[in-house]
Design a protein around this ligand. Structure first.
Ligand code: CA
Length: 553
């Protein structure tokens, strides 16, 4: 009985397999079909898109806190070699620029107080490691920009230490002589202790300007000798191959004096571009749009789009429904226009959603299943200019409260002792992540990571997203639906229409409301598995959806 059953089963199985081969043509195709049924909706629309990225400054940039990213040598601290080891990950996501937070020697974990501007902090590796990273980036078509902290140095910087020793050696009433110690003019020293933002020089009658903290003495940027030092520093890094700089704290260069800040930035921009005309510079001007738009008068390529970022910015308000879809579009146009007016049309927006100073976005939406985290980053990545993403946001990492928590170990895997995992800043608090680690998300086509990858894929496939002039179709747009076009000035770049449903429910628009000619659905970002449908002249967009339409031919 047993043998007979066995042969019967075997015969039936053979017959079924033969039928499958007949039905599908060959066994291999049957396998492909099974796989296709698991492929997400986004991939079914976006799958065939190819990257088409002009070599210009309209990039997609990944911000890295090196110490928490990837540890190459097992000491628990992320390092430059670790960044190089993870270049494939960054490239695979579609980024074509990296911003490294400060890498120069510094007494603090964050390294925003520099004690030597022409070296690498030993925690992060060596200058050879840096040179190797630059080369590897360039081989992969990735630009590298570094943080340039010019408002202040560390109190450990030799300039400050020498000035301090000299001032302490003066007899009471003796005036400092810059010929004996030029460094007394590198900073803003005074005997008047009443000025705000000044700290006392321990063991002396002197005070020094330190707007942020007593460990960060402000440089005297009016001093030509200091400007020459800065020129030497930027030349040094440009010679190392960096593609530009992220400028820290530009409103603090001359605290409260916008005109002088802009004058200094203009000087800096001219010096850097005289040396490397295609260098890219982006400034941190943590103010409102009207103010940071004015800073574009300096000629600096970009200033971060703070109005759109953080847990109270335009992106979050749109995701929460506090700003309408149409309102989001109008704010993109306002930003574009104000920046163009202040830069003769040359300014490049620098949209971002969060950075190392802001709580991570996983905490912005209580009860969210990841949809809102995805959609918000989608809104960011569909904006014009050079769009920035802070490491870990692509997997919805958590981190809020003290700064250390916002700069935690990249969550590559759930095993914190696994190869490459960092320990994070010493004073970071212990907390659990809300979403899966990178290795798990990489295997899921419905993960936050997969969504971000699709978003950057669209950005790279349609250069008009970053480069086109944004126009809002007010008639077709409303509370939930936003209809925009992106028309590049370069006629070789194909214009696109971008349609958004910013609401928590599906929403409709008429097919006739699509901008003239833009009838072909060519790219989608959806937070769930529902599809965009079109029936009887009505297009239905699932909740929190972004759709790219192109010309039909
Ligand atoms: Ca290390």
């Amino acid at each position: 009985m047993w043998r007979r059953n066995f042969y019967m089963k075997k015969r039936i199985l053979t017959a079924i397999m033969a039928a499958m081969v007949l039905l599908t043509g060959c066994g291999g195709q049957a396998k492909t079909q099974k796989k296709a049924s698991n492929v997400s909706y986004m991939e079914s629309v976006n799958g065939k898109l190819k990257a088409n990225v002009p070599d210009d400054k309209y990039r997609t940039t990944y911000e890295i806190f090196v110490g928490s990213f990837y540890d190459s040598d097992g000491d628990g601290i992320g390092d430059l070699k670790g960044v190089e080891e993870k270049l494939d990950y960054i490239k695979d996501l579609g980024f074509n620029e990296i911003w490294l937070m400060p890498i120069c020697p510094s007494p603090t974990y964050h390294k925003y107080d520099v004690s030597d501007y022409e070296a690498i902090d030993k925690d992060y590796g060596t200058m050879e490691d840096f040179e190797s990273l630059v080369n590897a980036c360039h081989k992969d078509g990735i630009k590298l920009i570094t943080d340039l902290v010019l408002n202040h140095t560390s109190v450990e910087h030799p300039w400050f230490k020498q000035a301090k020793e000299y001032l302490k050696s003066l007899k009471d009433g003796e005036k400092p002589d810059a010929k004996k110690c030029p460094y007394v003019n590198y900073y803003n020293f005074t005997r008047d202790g009443s000025e705000s933002g000044y700290a006392q020089l321990a063991g002396s009658m002197w005070y020094y300007e330190a707007q942020f903290w007593e460990g960060m003495p402000d440089l005297n940027l009016d001093n030509k000798v200091v400007r020459n030092e800065i020129k030497k520093i930027t030349d040094f890094w440009l010679d190392k191959g960096v593609d530009g700089f992220r400028l820290d704290a530009v409103t603090s260069y001359y605290t409260g004096n916008e005109e002088k800040n802009i004058e200094f930035l203009k000087w800096l921009n001219d010096e850097v571009k005289a040396k490397k005309p295609d260098a890219y510079m982006v400034g941190e001007c943590w103010t409102d749009l009207t103010t940071y738009a004015r800073y574009y008068q300096s000629g600096i390529d970009s200033f971060f789009d703070f109005d759109f970022a953080n847990n109270d910015g335009t992106i979050v308000k749109t995701v929460r429904g506090q700003t309408t879809a149409n309102g989001f579009g109008e704010q993109m146009v306002t930003a574009q226009d104000e920046i163009a007016q202040n830069s003769d049309g040359k300014g490049i927006e620098a949209p971002f959603y969060t950075n190392h100073d802001m709580a991570r976005s996983a905490g912005y939406y209580p009860g969210d299943d990841g949809s809102k985290v995805k959609f918000a980053e989608g809104l960011n990545l569909m904006m014009s200019g050079n769009a920035f993403v802070y490491y870990g946001e692509e997997i919805g990492m958590k981190g809020s409260g003290k700064d250390e928590n916002k700069r935690g170990p990249m969550y590559w895997t759930s095993d914190s002792t696994a190869k490459g995992m960092t320990k994070g800043p010493k004073d970071m608090e212990v907390f659990d992540m809300k979403y899966d680690p990178e290795d798990k998300q990489a295997k899921s086509d419905s993960s936050i990571l997969s969504y971000i990858k699709q978003a950057i894929k669209l950005r790279n496939a349609f250069p008009a997203i970053a480069r086109g002039t944004v126009a809002v179709d007010e008639n077709a747009s409303g509370d939930d639906i936003l209809v925009t076009t992106r028309t590049p000035s370069d006629s070789s770049i194909e214009p696109v229409a971008i349609v958004y449903n910013t609401s928590e429910k599906s929403a409709n628009l008429k097919t006739s409301d699509l901008p003239d000619g833009f009838t072909k659905l060519s790219g989608v970002l959806t937070v769930g598995k529902e599809r965009i449908t079109e029936k009887d002249g009505t297009i239905t967009l699932p909740k929190e959806t972004i759709a790219i339409y192109t010309n039909a031919d």
